[in-house]
Structure formats: structure tokens, C-alpha cells
Design a protein around this ligand. Structure first.
Ligand code: CUA
Length: 489
């Protein structure tokens, strides 16, 4: 009986949730209302079947509950009932699938008047191409793919010369005109998905898949990759802007043609080129330019940075190292980062541009000698030496070295003691001794964590290999998170 009540509550709850749910369709911005209808039909069919089964179960649980004198019967077969069930299931399945076939047929039967764009997926960004004035795409082949020609367009195909190349993650389409999306992948499976368009299709290496839609509501919509394609999958996003025809044309005209893109090395300022390249090639998906932690070392103030490599050796990042890390990323891995970057086949000019761009990030990184940078951080009062303060640098170090995985700064105790109000507090150790947490103690705890274990914590912290500058920064960061202070400071 209790089970029957629980089941009834589950059924009522599910039905109510379906109508009261905060998760509804986003407003639609294309012609594909029929896809919404499909989803509703599927929901209705599966919902009705689920309800019917639940109600039947409740009925059986109540009617045949255990009572004195009631005995179960064994009935091996009921042909009539089986035919009914087969018939009803078939009807339900046909009801769900048949309209889908009609809608799918519409979805890939492109109207005559549709114009085209190509979306190319690569780990982990989107590139786009529009046909040029001739209205036709040039051919492409994997063997033509290189740093200058990431789409692999055939340089000898006259039809491809005027194709417009968009290496940034943004695409414009004009409102109200049917458009055919051609989808291509240069590496692994991806999936082009814009929720508001209701459109979604896999990009399969080696074939070109397609669908069409008519954009109906102006706006900027997110393009998502909906197929797990590697560690950067979550970051494989782009945008599609639905604009007026004129706005679209202006945007398209501002994009380089394929022929122009091949000679880009001689156009524009080096920093601008480097920025375009870094964004277009997806470098910035993993390397932040503002110091925020990501999958890979940030480019902010990268030159002159003292870095510990995975093999324990120390280097100072210079141009040679920066270049090598692009063309042969596994040669010298930075400690604490996974070896996931692929080798890039850039021209010398492109490397120059990237170096120029990376140099342009962060204050006076052009002139600052690494030694000077370390000296400038002697003043641990948190004063800024241009780009960021020592405490902010400490926050980066903490995050890059995963300190924050175990040490909170908001007072929550995770695996290790919180850093909030740690500096200046009295610590009690497992051997019963106590000490004031001063700078020397903080340093020791970072470099030799096993020396003194705080009472109540496990001796699990690994000794972290950091440079003096990084330890300074961490200490400053810990100090900044403490409201206590020590005498004589
Ligand atoms: Cu591409 Cu996920």
C-alpha cells in the first residue's frame, strides 16, 4: 500500500513538474517550429505511456494486496493481451517516428533560393566560410590544411580565391532568407548546435553534412559544440548574429578573401595580426590574456616569467622558448599543466605576430628584465608594480598550482587549513607544539609541508616546487586574506 502511495505521488509530481517547470524552450528564432512540435509529440506519447503504466501498477498494488485467503494464479500466456500490447506499442512508436521522418526530410531538403555558409569545426573553435561574388565555394582537401590555410582550401581552384574566410568564432546571417549550413570537421566529431534555431547536426570528419534554416528573429545567439570532442569541448563556443541584410553585407565585405588571407603576413600591425591569429586559431581558448587561470599558462606578462618545467628544471620564458612551445609544445612542459596542446605549423611571420601580441599584453613587459620584476615584488604591501599586485599574482600561483583545491580563502575547511585569517594566528600541531603563523612558517609549509602538520589535518600535501617569486606571491596572497597581523610588522 505504501508503495502505491509513493508511486501515486511520483506520478502527480511528474505531471505537475511538466507544467510548472522553469526549464522551457528558449524563444524560437527560425522556421523550425515543427521540431518543437516533434519534441511535444514525443513527450506526449512517452508521458501517456508512463502514466498508463504507473496507474495500472497502482491499481494492481491496491486490488491484489496481500489478504488472507487470496492466492496468486499462474497464467503462462495470454495471446489476446499480447496482440493488444504489440499493436499499441507499434502505434506509439509510429506516432513518434513518422512525423520525425517528414520533419527531417524538410530539414535537409534545401530550398532553391537558399544561400550558403560553411561552418568548420576544429579542436576547439569554429571557422566559417562564405562563397565570394561568384556565389560558389572553392574545393577543399585535408592535404592543403596548414597554419596559413586552416580550412584546407585548394589554392589552385579559381572558384575559391574570392571565398570569404572567417577565423574568429562569429558568424553573421541575414534575417528572413533561407540559408544552408554546410558542416565540415578537420579533426574529430563535433556538433553544430544553436538552441534558438532548433538546429543541430554532427560534423563528421571526411564528409560534409548540411541542413538549412530561415533566421527569423534578429539577435546574437550562441553556437555550441554538442559532441564531446576533447578537453576543450566546453570552450568550443561561437556566436551567430542574425542581422539586417545590409549589416550582413557590410560585415561580410570586411572579411578577407581566401586569396587575401594567404598574404595576411604583410598586412596590418604585427600585434593586431597576432591578436587575430591567437583568436582565430583558438590559442586564447586555453591561454588567457588577462591572467585568469585556464587549461594552459596565461600569456599575461609571460616574457621574463620564471617557470618550473615538468622535469623540475627552471627556465625564464623568452622568445625562443615561446616559439618552441608553439611549434613543439611537448619539448618543455610547464609543471602543473596537462600535455594537451597540439603542435602548430605557423610561418615565421605568424610566430613573430604571436610573440608581438603576447609581448603587448601586460604592463611594460617589453622592457622589464626578469631580475627587475622579482625585485619590484620585494615590497609586499600589495602595491602594484604595474600590471597586478603581488597578492593578485599569488592568487594566480595558487590557482595554477591547484593550492586552492585544498586551501580555501573564505574560511571553509577543505582538505587543508583555510588561508583566511591563517597568517598571524596561532597554530597547534599534531605533536602538541604551537607556533605563530608568520612568514617563515608559511614558507616552510609550502616548501616542506611535512615539517609541521596542523592538528586535525592529514599529512597529504606534496612539497610544491615553486620559485622564490611564486612563494613570495603566495605569502602575500595569504597575508591579504588575513585580518590578523603580527607584532613588529
Ligand atoms: Cu567540438 Cu565538442
Amino acid at each position: 500500500m505504501a508503495i502505491a502511495v509513493v508511486l501515486a505521488l511520483l506520478v502527480i509530481g511528474s505531471v505537475l513538474f511538466n507544467f510548472l517547470t522553469p526549464w522551457t524552450f528558449t524563444p524560437i528564432a527560425s522556421n523550425w517550429g515543427s521540431i518543437d512540435a516533434m519534441i511535444i509529440i514525443t513527450l506526449a506519447v512517452t508521458g501517456i505511456v508512463t502514466l498508463a503504466i504507473a496507474v495500472f501498477l497502482i491499481y494492481v498494488l491496491v486490488k491484489y494486496r496481500t489478504r488472507p485467503g487470496l492466492k496468486a494464479h499462474y497464467q503462462p500466456e495470454n495471446k489476446k493481451l499480447e496482440w493488444w500490447l504489440i499493436g499499441l506499442s507499434s502505434l506509439g512508436i509510429i506516432g513518434m517516428l513518422a512525423p520525425g521522418l517528414v520533419v527531417y526530410n524538410d530539414y535537409v531538403t534545401v530550398p532553391e533560393e537558399a544561400h550558403e555558409f560553411e561552418a568548420v569545426g576544429t579542436q576547439w573553435r569554429w571557422m566559417f566560410r562564405y562563397p565570394g561574388d561568384d556565389g560558389e565555394f572553392g574545393t577543399s582537401e585535408p592535404r592543403f590544411i596548414n597554419g596559413q590555410n586552416p580550412l584546407g582550401l585548394n589554392p589552385n581552384d579559381p572558384k575559391g580565391q574570392d571565398d570569404r574566410i572567417i577565423l574568429a568564432n562569429e558568424l553573421y546571417v541575414p534575417e528572413g532568407r533561407p540559408v544552408k549550413a554546410l558542416l565540415r570537421s578537420v579533426d574529430v566529431l563535433h556538433n553544430f548546435f544553436i538552441p534558438q534555431i532548433r538546429a543541430k547536426m554532427d560534423l563528421v570528419p571526411g564528409i560534409v553534412s548540411w541542413f538549412w534554416f530561415t533566421p527569423t528573429v534578429k539577435g546574437r545567439y550562441e553556437i555550441l559544440c554538442a559532441e564531446l570532442c576533447g578537453v576543450g569541448h566546453y570552450n568550443m563556443r561561437g556566436h551567430m548574429v542574425i542581422a539586417e541584410q545590409e549589416e550582413f553585407e557590410t560585415w561580410l565585405a570586411s572579411k578577407p578573401t581566401f586569396a587575401e588571407s594567404l598574404t595576411m603576413g604583410t598586412m596590418g600591425g604585427l600585434i593586431e595580426q597576432g591578436k587575430a591569429l591567437a583568436e582565430g586559431q583558438g590559442c586564447v581558448a586555453c591561454h588567457s590574456v588577462d591572467g585568469s587561470p585556464s587549461l594552459a599558462p596565461t600569456w599575461l606578462d609571460i616574457f621574463g616569467r620564471e617557470t618550473t618545467l615538468a622535469d623540475g628544471s627552471e627556465i625564464v620564458v623568452d622568445e625562443a622558448y615561446f616559439r618552441e612551445s608553439i611549434t613543439d609544445p611537448r619539448a618543455k612542459l610547464v609543471a602543473g599543466f596537462p600535455p594537451v596542446m597540439i603542435a602548430y605549423d605557423f610561418s615565421e611571420e605568424q610566430l613573430d605576430a604571436l610573440v608581438a601580441y603576447a609581448r603587448s599584453l601586460g604592463a611594460d613587459s617589453e622592457t622589464t628584465e626578469p631580475e627587475a620584476a622579482t625585485d619590484a615584488t620585494e615590497d609586499s604591501s600589495g602595491a602594484s608594480d604595474g600590471a597586478i599586485s603581488l597578492a593578485e599574482r599569488g592568487e594566480q600561483v595558487a590557482s595554477q598550482n591547484a593550492c586552492s583545491g585544498c586551501h580555501s580563502v573564505d574560511g571553509t575547511e577543505v582538505i587543508g587549513p583555510t588561508w583566511k585569517d591563517l597568517y598571524g594566528s596561532e597554530r597547534t600541531f599534531t605533536d602538541g607544539t604551537t607556533t605563530m603563523a608568520d612568514e617563515a612558517y608559511l614558507r616552510e609549509s609550502i616548501l616542506n609541508p611535512a615539517a609541521k602538520i596542523v592538528e586535525g589535518f592529514q599529512p597529504v600535501m606534496p612539497a610544491v616546487s615553486l620559485t622564490e617569486e611564486q612563494v613570495d606571491a603566495l605569502v602575500a596572497y595569504a597575508k591579504a586574506n588575513s585580518s590578523l597581523s603580527l607584532e613588529g610588522e
